[in-house]
Design a protein around this ligand. Structure first.
Ligand code: SF4
Length: 61
């Protein structure tokens, strides 16, 4: 899989029906609490464990 930049990770998370943000008490006041895959419980080692990234990306073309 390609390395994805943050704007791609945001675009994917916004479209993903399985997005499951990791709860953090530190995200609310930082202004950096936008959705993206790196905050998702299904995101590990720069990959989606549900393998949805490629599918969502292909639907974005
Ligand atoms: S990591 Fe996977 S499940 Fe989570 S938002 Fe991204 S594509 Fe969706």
């Amino acid at each position: 899989m390609d390395n994805l930049n943050m704007s791609e990770l945001k675009a994917i998370a916004t479209r993903c029906s399985q997005y499951s943000p990791i709860e953090s008490q530190f995200t609310s006041s930082t202004g950096e609490n936008e959705d993206n895959c790196s905050k998702c419980n299904h995101y590990e080692n720069s990959k989606c464990t549900l393998d949805l990234i490629d599918e969502i990306r292909s639907n974005m073309q």
